[in-house]
Design a protein around this ligand. Structure first.
Ligand SMILES: [Mn+2]
Length: 330
């Protein structure tokens, strides 16, 4: 923690001494992105700041309860950039890659006064005081808990709930590798504020639409196994999403299913969004570093969860990724 005190101090002072903020997070925002945005929004609001939340993509329906005063906006839905954008500071949460915030990069970051990044994904960049990356943290929400603690910001029920969502989501309900005693200690504090774990579970994991279920069935039927059944590959095309009447973001968790089989060590998921942009997501168990593969294609992530946007057509990129995984299974 001491290691980060300078950055905590810098960010705290910066926030206290400035008035206008726009909060954003990565494209197709997940539970940790929305949870941390919601918590940061509440914190800045309570300090009397002028604050907006703007994302490149809309959030999944199940997270909308964290948008407590209907303040979340989506860039592509005709969001009007403030005329005095040069007076705003952009706070980027849950990614340290400015190419991972969609149109926000060009439309807001490039025109804003300054930016602050708070994230827990690995990065190789040398960072300045405005960039706080704690790659041992389970989630961005865990970092925000520390930051709020640092500036003695009193966490109320709404903030506690938002932080809890991010932690539950990013730790796979307290089981992924970065889940530590500290994660549980923070969870304990948040639950002590009145957060109901069962209610959060049900909102996040038991509120899918029937179209999401149909989408899952279709995508599962594309499953192919490679290298002695150690690698699973699934594919989702934009036509499939349309056929099922589902949404792109409803495919979020499909990648995790193959890993429930003992033999499967890597799950690869190629998914196309409605504009036909192809993304490759990878999850692994054990020692296989999928972030290293993602980085080769200008993507990023963690050892066990990473991804990238593909510049190649599906068959070509699939072949390239499988080739890179081959070394692990000889
Ligand atoms: Mn995260």
């Amino acid at each position: 923690m001491e290691l980060y005190n300078n950055k905590f101090r810098y960010i705290t002072d910066y926030i206290l001494n400035n008035d206008n903020f726009i909060i954003t997070a990565h494209e197709t925002p997940d539970g940790d992105a929305i949870g941390s945005e919601s918590a940061m929004y509440s914190a800045l609001k309570s300090l009397g700041k002028n604050v907006k939340v703007v994302n490149a993509d809309s959030m999944a329906e199940r997270y909308t309860f964290l948008d407590y005063d209907n303040s979340f906006q989506v860039l592509q839905n005709n969001y009007t950039i403030p005329k005095d954008i040069e007076k705003y500071t952009l706070i980027i949460l849950d990614t340290n890659d400015i190419y991972n915030i969609g149109g926000i990069n060009e439309k807001i970051l490039s025109k804003a006064k300054h930016h602050i990044i708070i994230d827990h994904h690995e990065s190789f960049e040398k960072t300045t005081d405005n960039i706080l990356i704690m790659s041992n943290a389970s989630s961005t929400c865990e970092i925000l808990y520390d930051l709020f603690d640092f500036f003695s910001f009193e966490i109320d029920f709404n903030v506690a709930q938002a932080l809890f969502v991010g932690i539950v989501y990013d730790t796979g309900s307290f089981i992924y590798p970065k889940t530590t005693a500290k994660t549980f200690r923070i969870a304990y504090k948040l639950v002590s504020k009145g957060v109901l774990p069962n209610d959060i579970y049900s909102r996040i994991y038991e509120s899918n639409s029937v179209s999401a279920l149909k989408l899952q069935a279709k995508v599962s039927s594309t499953l192919k196994l490679y290298y002695d059944q150690h690698v699973a590959v699934q594919i989702m095309l934009k036509e499939t999403i349309k056929e099922c009447g589902a949404l792109y973001e409803e495919a979020d968790a499909i990648i995790n299913t193959p890993l429930k089989s003992k033999t499967i060590k890597v799950s690869v998921f190629f998914k196309e969004n409605s504009e036909g942009v192809l993304r490759c997501s990878m999850r692994s168990k054990g020692s296989i570093d999928v972030a290293a593969i993602a980085q080769i294609f200008n993507g990023g992530g963690h050892r066990t969860a990473a991804g990238f946007k593909s510049r190649y057509p599906l068959e070509e990129i699939k072949e390239k990724v499988l080739k890179m995984l081959e070394v692990y299974f000889n």
